[in-house]
Ligand binder design. Structure first.
Ligand code: SF4
Length: 399
């Protein structure tokens, strides 16, 4: 079943490492939400009879919007799409936006939100200041407790490792704190230096240094170990969840399900061969969807891409290898045919030999097993020790 992504391109300030599309011009939020609702209304024909199983309000920072605007967005989504009663509805939030007035009751209009993804990044105050986050560790911990007190039973936090000067001990303290807080989901990413960010400029000027590969690997290994000890499943390269708490929305990206993305910079996929990318320009977006004749005047602020069979093959490899389930070989055979499967297995052979890739048999579903002279198996996946070097293996398996 499809998912809906709604982009809120506003942040109170810019973090030093971030290259996401967002702006600090919060005064434009009301006009933006009106335009967003026009897009939500105008594209409902793209999911005519499909039930939506996840809504993800991301950014930017959705929690900078007043509750009335967040309510307007949710009301519009529910009015125009057939949203399942048990849909996962996630809102990204920053710890400094979670105060006593935040309310998820029926009266607030935000009662549909049943999952919060909190951008914490680290619990180390000096590192938080360095990367220009607005909160400190006390605020982050208070925010988690406040969400729990407000009845949110599914809390995910984001952490970053490999921050400038961060030691393995500091990272271990972050993990200890994270797993002591009663969260259900953790997304942990290695810091990447993106073009045009403040952090990249500092690195180029020699003011900060990148973490070594050895340290990054040690941090990742410690992450996997601590998550396992805390009872979290490592279900995707960067994602860990208690049983039953995997992100339904993000999982749909990795399993090739359709999704609609709304707002500038948001992407959509029809589940077949068409991708749509809304252009990352707030002014053009608002102008287009606010035009007097009910929106949709001038050039549509988006581009389309038609995926070739090779594109789809490569996406199946990339997305499959990111997940614990791996590449489902029966699905791969059904979608791409015997010759592509043979090529995939041939490319996989040296990595199977070295232990980077493993065959995996889903015992619970013996009918889906794929039988070769090697064994009976149904998927091909990365071993845990190879997750850090997944890019090398993925590129070898691409068409
Ligand atoms: S990391 Fe989040 S809060 Fe910081 S600038 Fe990027 S989108 Fe905004």
């Amino acid at each position: 079943m499809p998912g809906i992504y709604i982009h809120i391109p506003f942040c109170r300030s810019r973090c030093a490492y971030c290259d996401f599309f967002s702006t600090t011009r919060e005064s434009e939020a009301t006009a933006y939400v009106a335009a967003l609702c026009r897009e939500l209304e105008g594209r409902r024909a793209e999911l005519p009879h499909a039930r939506v199983r996840s809504i993800y309000i991301g950014g930017g920072t959705p929690s900078v919007l007043p509750v009335a605007l967040l309510r307007q967005i949710l009301d519009c989504a529910y009015a125009n799409y057939d949203v399942a009663a048990d849909a996962e509805v996630t809102m990204e939030m920053n710890p400094d936006d979670i105060g006593p007035s935040l309310d998820f009751s029926e009266a607030s209009g935000l009662s549909a939100v049943n999952r919060v993804s909190l951008g914490i990044q680290t619990f180390d105050d000096a590192l938080l200041r360095l990367i220009r986050r607005r909160h400190d560790s006390t605020t982050a911990i208070r925010a988690i407790h406040a969400l729990q007190a407000k009845g949110i039973r599914n809390i995910s936090i984001d952490l970053i490792y490999g921050l400038p000067g961060q030691t393995l001990e500091q990272w271990e303290r972050d993990l200890d704190t994270a797993f002591s807080l009663g969260i259900q989901h953790l997304s942990a990413y290695a810091l990447s230096y993106e073009e045009g960010t403040l952090l990249t400029r500092w690195r180029d000027e020699g003011r900060v240094r990148e973490a070594s590969d050895e340290l990054s690997v040690a941090m990742y290994n410690r992450l996997c170990q601590r998550a396992r000890e805390a009872g979290f499943e490592h279900y995707e390269i960067s994602n860990f969840a208690l049983p039953g708490y995997r992100s339904r929305h993000n999982s749909s990206y990795w399993t090739g399900e359709p999704y609609l993305g709304f707002g500038p910079g948001a992407h959509s996929y029809d589940g077949d061969r068409t991708r749509r990318a809304n252009l990352p320009n707030l002014d053009d977006y608002v102008t287009y969807y606010s035009s007097p004749r009910g929106g949709r005047e001038g050039a549509v602020p988006c581009s389309y891409e038609t995926l070739t069979t090779t594109d789809l093959h490569n996406e199946a490899v990339m997305c499959g290898l990111r997940t614990r389930e791996g590449i489902d070989l029966n699905c791969f055979l059904a979608r791409f045919g015997q010759s592509r499967l043979d090529a995939l297995l041939a490319a996989a052979a040296p990595h199977l030999h070295s232990g980077r890739l493993i065959f995996h048999s889903h015992q619970s579903n013996p009918h889906s097993s794929f039988v070769t002279h090697h064994s009976s198996f149904s998927s091909l996946r990365l071993s845990e020790s190879a997750l850090m070097i997944s890019d090398d293996v993925m590129s070898d398996l691409m068409a």
